[in-house]
Design a protein around this ligand. Structure first.
Ligand SMILES: C[S@@+](CC[C@H](N)C(=O)[O-])C[C@H]1O[C@@H](n2cnc3c(N)ncnc32)[C@H](O)[C@@H]1O
Length: 280
């Protein structure tokens, strides 16, 4: 029988120490939601359990309004952006399917739904790739997530995807890449937009983040990008916003998929943008 998310018995215990500690951002969710840090504890699922969760999420997706919303959007927008060519996909920051071990104190703030959210995002990506492949010859699909354990790597590999080690994904972003990065930290997203803007992007809305930063500063607070003094987050987001056409996904895909996400298509003429070499 497939385990529910409340079934703890029989699951293996695993201690994971992320290789890449996130920067402390003003809007980054605190450790109650995301148990980072030394010795953060997760209960990992077996390969069979991850597969069962995946199958369950596919059924959930098919029964929701998401397929209709997305296929309508793709049908309209692929006509609007005939110059966009997508040959590969890079998924950064999927998260882990392992369940964080929460103490009663953690539950004071509400429990984390991170693992479910990662699985839903994987299903959304699989379904988007199915739609995109009707008109784009997408060959390789790469995943990079420092938290992946062996089971997750094996599961994604079995699906035909390639798992990269940080920082390999940066070099995979080209002007014909689909970059899928929902809820990726600002600093990490920026680092993956610096070499080249992707042809197609689904992820946090850079314009929303910039507006939020502006509002924050107007209210007398420090910039939300202050924790990353060496990473040109605001500049990169502004250029990326300028270089792309946007569709808002916000609310439309809720409650299946929460967040202020956008879909962005690269404008013709903005195809290759090496921000690192631009001293403007
Ligand atoms: C805020 S979590 C989002 C997880 C999941 N997508 C969600 O929406 O629930 C950000 C994720 O980015 C991952 N991450 C951090 N650095 C990364 C890197 N260099 N490349 C890829 N993923 C990274 C973290 O491990 C974390 O799982």
């Amino acid at each position: 029988m497939a385990p529910t998310k409340h079934t703890w018995q029989g699951l293996r215990l695993e201690i994971m120490t992320p290789k890449f500690p996130p920067g402390p951002g003003a809007y980054f969710r605190p450790s109650r939601d995301y148990p980072y840090g030394q010795g953060a504890c997760f209960q990992s699922l077996s390969l069979e359990e991850v597969s069962a969760e995946f199958d369950r999420s596919i059924i959930e997706w098919e029964g929701s309004t998401c397929p209709q919303i997305l296929s309508r959007m793709f049908a309209q927008e692929q006509n609007l952006f005939p110059n966009v060519v997508i040959t590969q996909c890079v998924r950064i920051a999927l998260g882990t399917f392992a369940r964080p071990i929460l103490l009663e104190e953690d539950c004071m703030y509400g429990t984390s739904d991170e693992a479910n959210s990662s699985m839903r995002q994987l299903v959304a990506l699989v379904k988007m790739l199915e739609m995109l492949r009707k008109t784009h010859a997408i060959t390789d699909v790469y995943f990079q997530e420092p938290l992946f354990n062996g089971v997750e790597i094996a599961f994604l590999t079995n699906l035909g995807y390639k798992v990269l080690q940080d920082p390999e994904a940066k070099d995979k972003i080209t002007n014909s890449t689909f970059l899928f990065a929902p809820h990726c930290e600002h600093s990490v997203a920026t680092q993956h937009l610096q070499k080249c803007f992707p042809a197609f992007y689904v992820g946090n809305d850079p314009e929303y983040i910039l507006r939020k930063d502006q509002r924050c500063r107007e209210a007398g607070h420090s910039s939300i990008f202050a924790p990353y003094p060496d990473i040109p987050v605001a500049d990169t987001f502004a250029r990326f916003a300028e270089a792309t056409f946007v569709t808002k996904l916000y609310r439309k895909l809720n409650p299946m998929w929460q967040g202020d996400l956008t879909v962005r298509w690269l404008k013709a003429g903005s195809r290759v943008v090496d921000v690192r070499s631009d001293k403007r």
